[in-house]
Design a protein around this ligand. Structure first.
Ligand SMILES: Nc1ncnc2c1ncn2[C@@H]1O[C@H](COP(=O)(O)OP(=O)(O)OP(=O)(O)O)[C@@H](O)[C@H]1O
Length: 341
């Protein structure tokens, strides 16, 4: 079921300003367990609502296995969705009226974590970048060449690199080329899945700044998936915090980083090393994220939450509570009006 609380009134009023809307998304992977071949489902994404406005960067954070990549793959039509509705740029991505994959590729593209394995080693950079243009029947040969040269310039590479091969470039340069390939069709949404985590620390800032510059210059929206909260803080306008297949808190970056409301978000934020507050004691996040095969009843975070009480351990789990404009979290303590921040 979609949670209407996730789309705040101010967003609903600006419905035409919404580039991406995700309602009640579920991605369950069937798996077979045991000697009897019992069928079960990994509930990787279990009822997620999200909105993304044109030109905005939404950071999607959460521990490994919470379902971030499954959302990204569902948005690109790469995994079958179990339930829910996705609309991108006025087109349905789910259901019988969904747009064909080729058309979807013009609206949404992805930048992957590993630039080493994302580029075909047998093709020249020119062939790699012009491939999507050819596939979509766009422009004459010379128009495609000039689009490739223009795109290379935008990512800080010389047009002459078009005749070279991927192995001739460093990791950072390859990620620039991957970004150029993702942008060559001028999509409105680019999903960046850990775009800098495979790169040397020294060049991460360059790639982050390049993405931010292109976001502004081309007006693209970014869905940024990252474990690195420093990267998320630097790049995101809004942040969605995910835990075991669900969004537990969304808000502007300032709200999330300075006044997190969910105990899970508080634990994540307090674990960021802060040289200004060396004496700060990070909130302890004990244990590991539970299995998505058998999520705990009630609030999925309750087995690790230092503030959990009886109500947190039963039922469907808390609905969203509005904390402020465009800021909401799922926690019974907020519903009870108890301040724990
Ligand atoms: N094809 C699949 N079949 C079965 N289970 C899967 C499949 N893909 C992912 N999962 C499971 O779904 C859950 C969510 O995985 P997902 O990769 O979406 O999480 P994530 O937050 O992106 O993790 P990471 O940050 O490590 O990439 C995990 O429990 C994972 O093991």
């Amino acid at each position: 079921m979609s949670d209407p609380a996730m789309i705040p009134p101010e967003t609903a009023a600006l419905a035409s300003d919404v580039l991406l809307s995700v309602e009640g998304l579920k991605v369950h992977y069937p798996v077979w367990q045991g000697w009897r071949g019992k069928s079960m489902a990994v509930k990787a994404v279990d009822g997620v609502d999200l909105t993304l406005r044109p030109g905005e960067c939404l950071g999607l954070v959460g521990e490994s296995g919470c379902g971030k990549s499954s959302i990204a793959q569902a948005l690109l039509g790469l995994v079958p969705i179990t339930a829910g509705r996705i609309r991108l740029d006025g087109h349905e991505i789910t259901g019988p009226a969904k747009v064909p994959p080729l058309q979807l590729a013009r609206s949404a593209q992805m930048v992957f974590q590993d630039p080493m394995s994302s580029l075909n080693p047998r093709q020249t950079i020119g062939e790699i970048l012009s491939g999507p243009l050819r596939l979509h029947g766009m422009g004459s040969r010379s128009e495609r060449e000039s689009r490739v040269a223009e795109m290379l310039g935008m990512v800080g590479m010389a047009p002459a690199v078009a005749s070279r091969y991927p192995h001739e470039f460093s990791g950072g340069q390859r990620q620039r080329l991957c970004i150029a390939r993702a942008l060559i069709l001028r999509p409105k949404l680019v999903i960046c899945d850990e775009p800098v985590s495979a790169l040397d620390v020294s060049i991460r800032a360059q790639i982050i700044n390049l993405l931010l510059e292109l976001k502004v210059r081309l007006g693209i929206a970014l869905l940024l998936i990252s474990h690195d909260l420093g990267v998320v803080e630097h790049m995101s306008d809004r942040i969605a915090v995910m835990y075991l297949g669900r969004i537990v808190e969304t808000g502007g970056w300032r709200q999330i980083f300075t006044a997190p409301s969910h105990p899970y978000t508080q634990a994540l934020i307090s674990a960021i090393p802060d040289p200004m507050h060396r004496d700060r004691v990070p909130a302890r996040l004990g244990g590991e994220i539970p299995s998505a095969l058998a999520p705990p009843p009630g609030c999925a975070f309750n087995p690790r939450c230092p503030l959990a009480f009886d109500r947190c351990r039963a039922g469907e789990g808390p609905a969203f509570t509005h904390i402020g404009p465009d800021h909401q979290a799922r926690c019974h303590l907020l519903q009870a009006g108890t301040s724990h921040v």
